[in-house]
Design a protein around this ligand. Structure first.
Ligand code: RNT
Ligand code: ZN
Length: 422
């Protein structure tokens, strides 16, 4: 374990090195205040939720792999896990809750019956934690989703059931945002699609549009809640057609001026979400990011500091887009300690944003505009080996959270004391 003296010494050297490039490390650290990552409750229990009877994860290609011991079994365990996670992260986060995590008190409450009262204890918890809350309709893991269709279902009863669910989720979101004094982003993702070549692509998409129009009919103040819609390329079992494709939702979001949610596991493997940010922000006010790590497909691996996430963060910071980009995480790995996975993935995302705020963007832009493209390339390469780690460590020290590898033993301790006893 390094002493704080050593961490500061390394930081001072790094600070001088960055200053040499015209980068103010203090300013970069200050910018991190506005990077508020929404923590997805579903990493603690593999997207299970706490409905009665228990809804198992199924359909649409969302699947957590692995069965590492220690999965959260109830709301208080999720809260304890989230508190542990937050204690190991610098800065302030938000909670991202799915509707299946309601506080149902053992009562059977179907998705078309949920109310604010089922989420009041979560809102209260957010208040105590002094964090904002985001929310998600849960249009999966349900008998009415068993045939693979929800909002685009040709079964009118099912379609209406899901419309009602989304309506209620939006009302809950608005109330959460109102109570917490921070707008709640409500995200709609549905698994709807077809394993084999469908005939009526148009029919399903027309139904989805109709359902969204109905579900989004009530307008809530933007200070309370904001709607986002999340597209997907394909899911396991729905390889031939996804009703809510990117074209569909981008069109819907632009037309209705709502948020488009870009999940970086939901595109062709060589497409980069980082490139899409400045494209879609020409046409919508805000976006929501689902930061994840796809391996060959939408596998929701733990986020690591790779080039994809780096481009996403750089594009946000270069353009001062933090007030238009809402950042959420979306990974679920049950094959390793879930809380370790959670913290590692979130810290990786945070590192990407800190690295991005340490970029001498103006200098790079000037080179670009002067046609000095060799110089641009060389500087970008040199930046990769700048002592970013020293700045990150100092930031963690300042924020009074474990520096460097120190959080590993904290996770081991939590595994011994808490997770292994579940
Ligand atoms: C699924 C979507 C969606 C879910 C969560 C649980 O492919 O990414 O965002 O992962 O809502
Ligand atoms: Zn997602």
């Amino acid at each position: 374990m390094r002493t704080s003296e050593l961490i500061k010494q390394a930081y001072d050297l790094a600070k001088a090195q960055y200053a040499d490039l015209g980068v103010d490390t203090e300013e970069a650290i200050r910018k991190m205040k506005a990077v508020n990552i929404s923590l997805h409750c579903w990493q603690t229990d593999d997207v299970g939720g706490f409905e009665t009877p228990d809804a198992a994860l199924s359909g649409g290609g969302i699947q957590a792999t692995g069965n590492f011991p220690g999965k959260a079994r109830n709301i208080s365990e999720v809260k304890s896990d989230l508190e542990k996670v937050m204690s190991l992260l610098p800065g302030r986060q938000r909670l991202n809750l799915h509707a299946i995590y309601g506080d149902f008190q053992g009562e059977k409450v179907d998705r078309n019956q949920i109310e604010v009262k089922h989420f009041q204890s979560w809102i209260d918890w957010c208040e105590t934690q002094e964090i904002g809350m985001d929310f998600n309709a849960s249009c999966f893991s349900h008998t009415r989703a068993a045939d693979g269709y929800t909002l685009s279902s040709k079964n009118e009863e099912n379609r209406q059931f899901w419309v009602e669910h989304v309506k209620r989720c939006r009302a809950i979101s608005s109330e959460a945002g109102k109570q917490l004094g921070s707008p709640c982003v409500h995200n709609t993702w549905i698994p709807d699609g077809s394993k084999d070549t469908p005939i009526d692509r148009n029919g399903y998409r027309a139904l989805l549009k109709k359902s969204l129009d109905e579900a989004f009919e009530t307008v809530y103040p933007k200070e309370y809640m904001k709607d986002a819609v999340e597209s997907k390329l394909f899911g396991i079992g729905v390889e031939s057609m996804t009703v809510g494709s990117h074209d569909f939702y981008l069109g819907y979001a632009i037309k209705n001026n709502i948020l488009i949610c870009l999940d970086n596991g939901h595109f062709h493997p060589t497409e980069q979400v980082g490139d899409k940010i400045s494209a879609v922000l020409q046409f919508v006010d805000e976006i929501l990011l689902h930061v994840t790590r796809p391996i060959r497909w939408d596998s929701d691996h733990v986020v690591t500091l790779n080039e994809d996430i780096q481009l996403i963060a750089s594009e946000v910071m270069r353009n001062d887009f933090l007030d238009r980009v809402n950042i959420g995480l979306d990974f679920f790995d049950a094959s390793i300690n879930r809380i370790g996975a959670y913290v590692t993935g979130t810290r990786a995302a945070q590192k990407a944003f800190l690295i991005a705020s340490l970029e001498p963007t103006n200098q790079l832009k000037e080179m670009e505009e002067a046609g000095k493209n060799f110089e641009r390339l060389a500087l970008l390469e040199e930046l990769k080996t700048m002592p970013f780690g020293a700045v990150w460590d100092y930031y963690c020290l300042q924020e009074r959270v474990p520096v460097g590898t120190d959080y590993i033993s904290e996770i081991q301790q939590y595994e011994n004391d808490v997770l292994s006893k579940r």
